[in-house]
Design a protein. Structure first.
Length: 144
């Protein structure tokens, strides 16, 4: 049998304050909780969710203040369909009072906002915007 991947099992993010992050992520992404992970003293230090749109891949938060706060970094880019989806996310974030930015990325539209620890959340459209971004600072360029 060939060694190959079968998708992404789960995305797990370290957070400083589990209660604060749970509230924020549950509100923003309308999560369905599946599991909680107590430590040896019975204190819940992690939670796992079903996240609509990720198929059978999970999403988890783990309280790890020692490594949380990749402030300004975007370790995961969540996919959205198109500009209409980006607009819907803008409306949702506005309703929640969350600041965001909409930019023309290398290929598609990109909605950027931050979690309570400063981690950048990126929602990237699979549909392209049709603009040529090569040569634009911070944007990618195709390679052979």
């Amino acid at each position: 049998m060939k060694a190959e991947l079968d998708g992404i099992f789960a995305v797990k993010l370290p957070v400083k304050d589990l209660a604060l992050s749970r509230e924020w992520y549950e509100k923003v992404f309308e999560l369905t909780q599946l599991f909680e992970f107590p430590d040896e003293d019975g204190v819940v230090r992690g939670v796992a969710y079903e996240l609509a749109g990720l198929g059978d891949s999970g999403f988890a938060l783990r309280e790890r203040p020692d490594i949380a706060g990749l402030s300004g970094f975007d370790p995961v880019l969540f996919g959205i369909k198109d500009k209409e989806a980006a607009d819907a996310w803008q409306d949702h974030l506005t309703d929640l009072g969350i600041k965001y930015e909409l930019v023309l990325a290398t290929i598609g539209w990109l909605v950027i906002f931050h979690d309570p620890d400063g981690l950048e959340i990126h929602l990237y459209s699979r549909a392209g915007h049709g603009e040529e971004m090569a040569g634009t600072p911070g944007r990618g360029r195709a390679v052979a």
